[in-house]
Ligand binder design. Structure first.
Ligand code: UDX
Length: 458
């Protein structure tokens, strides 16, 4: 059945999809994974990408790339300092160039007429362009279903005056949306709350005429939240097709160069002993936090692989490790600028992931069955960490920032104590659920087929 439909696609004109990612690592990854996946289903794909963080096209032989200017200033390019502003600048300045590029592709592009466009949900300017050019549009949401479902409930309760929280104390539980606390509600990550509100409003508006909403998650993990989204939130079809990276393993979407030398080091370590540490593409720390992390790792006596990205220590161009640290860690620890994370998490010697809980990292850890130590710091990360520790119960959250003795204790709890063993068992179960979802007949596979059918019907 599936095979005959794939043949049908080949015989008919090949449908041409135009993809527009937001050019930040956590957003580019799932979008290009989706692009590769749809290519494998028989579609031709053009990726329209900003010159900021433009990927190397030779890493993506199945995709055709078009370049558009991004309009970002040097300040915006340090996007981690004010990511929401950078998103608005991208929307404001890309609308015209996206329109021009798309018009060109429609009239005489090498891959034929455009069937449909797929854009990141926060590239809200694409709604007007698609409406003007009368093109169907599908959105990709790159966060968890838990985030979408919970935040929508939170906003509704807030608007109707039904929230019982009376103070802003960060650890206060919000009884209407358990198990969240005040501090788990996405941080605005910007000095100006109005621009965050604008992002919510614009994104919401852009959903209105979209044909469908694709999510990088799977039913075996977030069935309750997906059902809630289906029922209450989005009247449009919802396609949960995650974990996307599992459908196209080994394809690197990394903007930074991944250092594969750590894999040989991992090969030398005993099974499930190494703790892997990475706080994503946007994390930055004060130097004193880096010092606490370093000594917490050194004192834990556990082997570790630490991603310490250049530029991630605020106010410092280069990274200077604390005196005596390298002598103490010797062969027990390894530091890299950027790792092949998916391969690292899948390595048998890795037994724990200390993460900032960006959605991609959280999903990758769950899908490789690796328990987490959670240190979220902004946006959806607090909510993801809360679900990891209190709903899926596959991790422990470090609640009080970075303190070397707390870090040492938490690493031991996760890596060697009974508590950690139980967490590991649950992590293995979730990994199995993920694998079932992407098998033939599994929920993500089925959802993908429905998405393909929808596009074919256009
Ligand atoms: C951002 C936000 O922080 C996050 O909250 C949101 O959910 C998505 O956008 P980022 O901080 O980069 O993303 O985190 P994450 O979503 O975890 O994505 C990081 C990606 O980079 C992952 O796919 C991971 O595999 C990759 N990575 C990370 C590497 O390839 N190498 C590394 O060393 C670290």
């Amino acid at each position: 059945m599936e095979q005959s439909r794939d043949l049908q696609i080949q015989k008919k004109k090949v449908p041409h999809l135009v993809i527009l990612p937001i050019p930040f690592q956590g957003h580019v990854n799932p979008m290009l994974q989706l692009a590769n996946l749809l290519h494998s289903k028989g579609f031709s794909i053009t990726v329209i990408h900003t010159n900021f963080n433009f990927p190397n096209p030779s890493d993506f032989p199945n995709l055709r790339f078009e370049l558009i200017p991004d309009g970002l200033s040097d300040d915006n390019k340090k996007w981690t300092e004010d990511p929401i502003s950078a998103v608005h600048v991208l929307n404001d300045s890309c609308q015209e160039s996206f329109h021009d590029c798309l018009s060109r592709l429609i009239s005489d592009g090498p891959l034929g007429p455009v069937t449909c466009i797929i854009t990141d949900e926060i590239f809200y300017c694409t709604k007007d362009v698609a409406d003007q050019l009368k093109l169907p549009r599908i959105l990709l949401g790159t966060s968890s279903a838990s985030l979408v479902a919970t935040m929508t409930s939170f906003k509704l309760l807030q608007q109707n005056g039904l929230l019982s929280i009376s103070d802003g104390e960060p650890n206060t539980l919000i009884p209407e949306i358990p198990p969240l606390r005040v501090k788990d509600i996405p941080d605005i990550g910007t000095a100006d709350p109005e621009i965050f509100e604008r992002l919510g409003a614009e994104t919401h508006n852009a959903m209105r005429s979209a044909l469908g909403y694709i999510m990088n998650t799977f039913d075996g993990l977030e069935s309750t939240e997906l059902a809630k989204i289906r029922q209450d939130i989005h009247p449009m079809p919802l396609f949960e097709v995650g974990p996307l990276y599992k459908f196209s393993p080994g394809s690197s979407n990394s903007i930074l160069t991944q250092d594969y030398s750590c894999m040989a080091w991992l090969d030398k370590q005993a099974p499930e002993t190494v703790i892997y540490i990475s706080f994503g593409s946007s994390g930055s720390f004060d130097k004193k936090d880096m010092v606490e992390i370093a000594w917490g790792l050194a004192n834990s006596d556990q082997p570790f692989l630490w991603v310490l990205r250049s530029g991630s220590i605020r106010g410092h161009d280069s990274i200077e490790l604390p005196k005596g640290f390298e002598e103490k860690m010797q062969e027990r620890g390894r530091i890299v600028n950027w790792a092949p994370q998916q391969e690292v998490l899948a390595h048998p010697s890795v037994g724990g992931f200390w993460t900032h809980n960006g959605w991609n990292s959280t999903l990758e850890s769950i899908c490789e069955g690796v328990p987490m130590l959670c240190s979220p710091y902004l946006w959806d990360q607090n909510l993801n960490a809360r679900f990891v520790s209190h709903v899926w119960k596959v991790g422990i959250q470090l609640e009080n920032g970075f303190n070397r003795s707390e870090i040492e204790l938490a690493i031991r709890r996760l890596m060697v104590e009974i508590e950690g063993k139980k967490i590991r068992e649950r992590a293995r179960d979730l990994k199995e659920n993920a694998m079932h979802c992407i098998e033939k007949g599994g929920s993500s596979c089925e959802s993908l087929e429905t998405l393909v059918d929808l596009i074919m019907s256009l």
